[in-house]
Design a binder for this molecule. Structure first.
Ligand SMILES: Cc1cc2nc3c(=O)[nH]c(=O)nc-3n(C[C@H](O)[C@H](O)[C@H](O)COP(=O)(O)OP(=O)(O)OC[C@H]3O[C@@H](n4cnc5c(N)ncnc54)[C@H](O)[C@@H]3O)c2cc1C
Length: 335
């Protein structure tokens, strides 16, 4: 295993920000953890576990070690009357893994098609799309505690999943290296197609995992910019979850404010709607901007700095706060 110095992170982040990491290594085998732990003993510097870099924004040179997790492998590990248990290593490309499960005839992950990134990062923010979250299909997560050098397996409850949150974000971030994820895929999937636009697009088609996946891919391609063409990190802001009181106050003023009631009585509203109401959609500020078709997506029009993206995000947060008294939270990690 080699540790390189002064490596540009441009190929390793979906914003396409050209910024250096002081040290960089690829973790290709579980044995590489030994070298990583040795490096930590000898260097008093931060390190970052990186998958596809599609949920990270780099605003300055990373003065530490980037560990690109590249562990490969996927297999059916067991099955019972109702479920296939499928395990994938952390460095597997998420979308290719989803399509592979569909090719094997295993449904369950089709709604999560075309989300960029790796299998290992998927539990970190409990990825979700089109009415399905990772938690709905997850069985367990294999980890190595990099402080103690111990391997263990966390079941679903231990992962403490909620909307874009998990245990992996709350324990000192990065201490747990996710090495593999096991999925529980139902043998008789109950398709989730009620989400806006999906049902209409599927009209006249047979309901199969492949057809649902193809439909979701087409919908996503029509709405979101391709990061290989226009740098971005998908939704830059989380949808705010507010108390029922806050909701009542806001809806009295803005009767068409979108609302998704939550089980605990709180209300999730739409960050995209709030940003759109402040007039940001399509706005361009130098080399950065808000995507013309989606107010949640900040884009790099080419050659942008991470700092410029961060400044735009801060401007948006300020204007939403001034108008609605709500503070938007960034979804990607900002360094
Ligand atoms: C066009 C576009 C569309 C998107 N759409 C969606 C969407 O619909 N739904 C959604 O939820 N997200 C979406 N995202 C965000 C992103 O794809 C997900 O968050 C994805 O899971 C990030 O994967 P990654 O490998 O790129 O993670 P990275 O950006 O590399 O890392 C993200 C976090 O995970 C940690 N991490 C990565 N690998 C490991 C590991 N092996 N062990 C421990 N920690 C690790 C990192 O330290 C970091 O904190 C979108 C992004 C883009 C660019």
């Amino acid at each position: 295993m080699t540790i390189s110095e002064n490596i540009s992170l441009q190929p390793y982040n979906s914003f396409g920000i050209d910024i250096d990491a002081q040290y960089f290594m690829e973790l290709n085998r579980l044995d590489d953890v030994v070298a990583l732990r040795e490096w930590r003993v000898n260097h008093d510097l931060p390190y970052l576990l990186l998958g596809g870099g599609s949920n990270c924004l780099f605003t300055q040179t990373f003065e530490g070690l980037i560990v690109r997790v590249n562990l490969q492998g996927k297999a059916l590990v067991s099955e019972d009357d109702t479920t296939y248990y499928v395990k994938a290593s952390a460095g597997e490309n998420w979308h290719q893994f989803v399509r592979w499960t569909i090719e094997q005839g295993w449904g369950g992950l089709e709604n999560l098609s075309l989300i960029p990134g790796t299998v290992g990062a998927a539990p970190v923010q409990n990825i979700g799309a089109y009415g399905v979250e990772l938690v709905d299909r997850l069985h367990s997560v294999d980890v190595i505690d990099l402080d103690r050098g111990e391997a263990s397996t966390l079941d679903k409850a231990a992962c403490q999943f909620s909307y874009r949150e998990s245990y992996f974000k709350s324990v000192s971030q990065g201490r747990l290296l996710i090495t593999a994820v096991t999925f529980a895929l139902p043998k008789k999937p109950r398709w989730k197609i009620a989400y806006a636009g999906v049902q209409q697009a599927l009209e006249g088609k047979e309901l199969t995992a492949r057809n649902i996946s193809d439909t979701i891919i087409a919908l996503r391609q029509s709405k979101l910019p391709d990061p290989t063409i226009m740098g971005n990190a998908g939704s830059f802001f989380k949808n705010p979850i507010i108390s029922n009181n806050e909701w009542q106050n806001l809806v009295a003023k803005y009767s068409n404010l979108p609302n998704y009631p939550q089980a605990d009585g709180s209300v999730k509203t739409s960050a995209a709607w709030l940003i759109d109401q402040c007039g940001w959609k399509g706005h361009r500020q130098g080399n950065v901007g808000v995507y013309k078709d989606h107010a949640l997506v900040l884009v790099n029009h080419g050659g942008a700095s991470g700092q410029a993206v961060k400044t735009l995000a801060e401007d948006i947060i300020r204007s939403v706060k001034d108008k609605f008294s709500l503070v938007l939270e960034a979804e990607p990690r900002v360094f």
